[in-house]
Design a protein around this ligand. Sequence first.
Ligand code: ADP
Ligand code: SR1
Ligand code: MG
Length: 791
Amino acid sequence: MEGDGALRAIVYNRGSLRLLDQRELPFKIVYLDVNDSGTGWKAIKDMVVRGAPAIAIAAALSLAVEVHNLRPGKVTTPQDALLLLQKRLDYLVSSRPTAVNLADAAEKLKKVASVAASTDNASAQDVFQAYIEAAEAFLEEDVSSNKAIGDYGSAFLLNGADESRKLAVLTHCNTGSLATAGYGTALGVIRALHSQNRLHTAFCTETRPYNQGSRLTAFELVHDNIPAVLVADSAAASLQSSGRVDAVIVGADRVAANGDTANKIGTYSLAVSASRHGIPFLVAAPLTSVDLSISSGDQISIEERSALELTHTQGGQGHRVAAEGISVWNPAFDVTPAALISAIITDKGVITKADESGTFDIPAFVKSLTTTAPGKATSFRPLSENTVADYVQSVSHLAKRLGGSKQDWAVKEVGDGNLNFVYIVTGASGSFVLKQALPYVRCVGDSWPLSLERAYFEVTALQEHGKHCPEHVPEVYHFDHPMALFAMRYLAPPHIILRKGLIAGTKYPLLAEHMSDYMARTLFNTSLLATSTTEHKAAVAKFCGNVELCRLTEQVVFTEPYMIASNNHWTTPQLDEDAKSIREDDYLKLEIASLKSKFCEKSQALIHGDLHTGSVMVTQESTQVIDPEFAFYGPMGFDIGAFLGNLALAYFSQDGHTSDNSNRDEYKEWILKVLQDTWNLFKEKFLLLWTDKSQSMGDAYPAGVYTSLETHKLAQKIYLRDLFEDALGFAGAKMIRRIVGIAHVEDFESIENPELRSQCERRALNFAKDLLKTRSKLASIEEVIQLIRKV
Ligand code: ADP
Ligand code: SR1
Ligand code: MG
């Protein structure tokens, strides 16, 4: 311990460097003076200092001390200063060739020196000064980078865990303050869990043969009063099989571009065992530990260490325990293949992979850091109920909106949707909702990665639709692009999700009026009926970026329900035949194919993209449309169909909600009335906007061409007829996917009795199929309602 009582492996003041001699721990705390790169090299080689980040910093600082203390006049030209630094850095790198941080740091420092040397009128002293400052910056950056790893890692581990749950984490070797400039990487995550009172136990392995675990990690854990248990390396598999470990987290010496990770010998065995027992296996390391120049772990050369470490006690310094004459193989590291690693926690965010048993695409992750946030230094970090308040505090206008201070704010996660995390944040004088996207589909987990950019498209759509229809779209207060989160108006109770209101049998007298208003205004105003082709093309291009969400819809709405797919499920065995008949209905499949083409090809207007009854919040007076993350320029009928189709689902589910003997007949009639009114009012309002000269300035029907009233009226009639047919088709498709596809709806799921549920679902399916096949013959919404009644 040194100075302020904190445990430090590296104690540096300009011109002086002392390294805690870790060979003496845990018995003696001895610091070794390092005056130059020569003593720095030896300290690294002899394991005085260890841990990939600490080695890099110690090496850089040893040279900083050397050049700081150089006799004046010894080096006279900037070129000589540069040469000296380059040579010494190469020499330092040779002390631990496997450590990519060291090689990386050396390269960066060479660049700094080279730039300084080529500056006009630079002196040798200027070159050294630039080098010293850059080396010192490594020391400072390492601590903040470790803290970021701690935050990301703890949030990742706690994600989805019950609030009261404390986690037991197994770690290997030493990745704490003694391996870094302070705090630690894998041990930093454990520290972060402990500081949030969410750590049950830290299990640390001995880490044979050099015992970094029992000597150093155990020492740090005891020092910091962290609940901890030491286990022999050979006990780790048994510990994992006992069910006492929630996650394994280790550091890394070097990570290849595909995620294969070189780390202390024994890491691989832990990963194999974690995989055998279904325990998440995480690697925690700064992004600088990733070596993108090597594509896989095969290219990592593994250093072998002295046989004495095995044949003698105390890592080779004690007495002999092995038989004389035995040969020894003593690799310092092993390589854990990416297939066994669940996620890599870096200081810039968590890297996950598309396929559980596959590899990581780290170059893509690195690219996303530089492309998603032009001009912004921050990067993605998943929030939790524990960290939202800290985030809000860092955004002054949000903090001001709440009033009071952090301690007074309440944060509650209420996300019951399929994809994201939604926090209600309330303070003394205000409130808002904070919604954050994670890089995967929430209801499936990280095995289904999904672009964070959806938050950008959601915000952009909310703002665009909000411009045209502010009465029915919540206001956006804040957007943080790199964090994939935004804040919007909190739709406080009695606002309720419409789907839930429909299940409860509540009537909303203004629903049709409001929804027709929303759809008419958002769809008309973003179409070519209201805009020029120049504006339209630019907007279409912008929303083309939402490709991943579009592809998700293509998959789960238009593809999977019509084939055997592992995502599909239905009320079984009751609906087995119904699902099969859908898969075997060629006529239906052709209808779906043509709708899918429309969905992919018809850039008609900025559509919400997921306008089901779970995306609408209502009271008796208010209707608010939320959650347009699937927005893109697509067919208008997709939105109208989604809403009408979901009303029909609500209708067919009503017979399953009569267990209290309440008669839902009247309520069913009300739903049909809303369905009918919504379309009729939509049509009326849409045509009104079109006819109103000031609104219809778009390039689609230039006034100079459509001069006669009759032609104009005919154009409108054809347009609305096409739209009606599209809407009915999409309504049918959206109904079918909710019964035999991946994502079902509460309307049916809340009917406990499977017999009853399947009867309701079958009627809905039959109606949906009829709708898809006969829609071209249905002349009006009234005929659609007749069809519903007939089923
Ligand atoms: P997802 O994108 O995951 O589908 P949603 O946008 O549907 O998430 O939101 C999930 C839930 O969060 C909603 O069902 C609703 O209960 C709540 N919610 C979302 N936005 C708001 C809001 N602005 N005000 C109040 N509650 C909201
Ligand atoms: C994995 S499918 C998830 C579904 O939830 C969203 O709300 C969309 O409807 C999407 O299809
Ligand atoms: Mg959503």
